[in-house]
Design a protein around this ligand. Structure first.
Ligand code: SF4
Length: 128
């Protein structure tokens, strides 16, 4: 039986996945995932291990109290990998939805990663 709000604040682990795409927005998504982990929001986890269906990794992913997916663009690769594994993203943030360009003329990695982390925090607060 599920207890609490299910967001991970009741003890379940929060896992953070990023698409880690090659474009600037995908790399900003990955940077944001690292920053979110450093700020104590959750633990960064390998989306490639989910795609590869690595058994011991999947056990931890299925047990997670909350899963955060960060995508670089509207292709939503990270969210789709979770869904193909029968899992949902409780929080989903897409870099390009925040005005972050895939190929900006003047990339601002730090600023764009901060924008993504701020959005995650806002959605996490709304979910509790
Ligand atoms: S979501 Fe976009 S940026 Fe991320 S891996 Fe997929 S195509 Fe690349």
């Amino acid at each position: 039986m599920t207890t609490g709000c299910g967001c991970g604040c009741d003890g379940g682990e929060t896992l953070i996945f990023t698409c880690a795409g090659a474009a600037h927005s995908g790399q900003a998504a990955n940077r944001a995932g690292v920053q979110a982990m450093q700020q104590g929001i959750g633990n960064l986890f390998c989306i490639a291990a989910v795609a590869a269906d690595i058994a011991d990794k999947m056990t931890r992913v299925r047990k997670a109290g909350k899963r955060i997916a960060i995508d670089g663009c509207s292709d939503h690769c990270c969210r789709k990998v979770l869904e193909k594994a029968g899992l949902t993203a409780d929080v989903h943030v897409v870099a390009t939805d925040l005005g972050i360009e895939k190929k900006p003329a003047q990339p601002d990695m730090a600023g764009d990663a901060n924008k993504i982390v701020d959005k995650i925090k806002a959605l996490m607060g709304a979910a509790c």
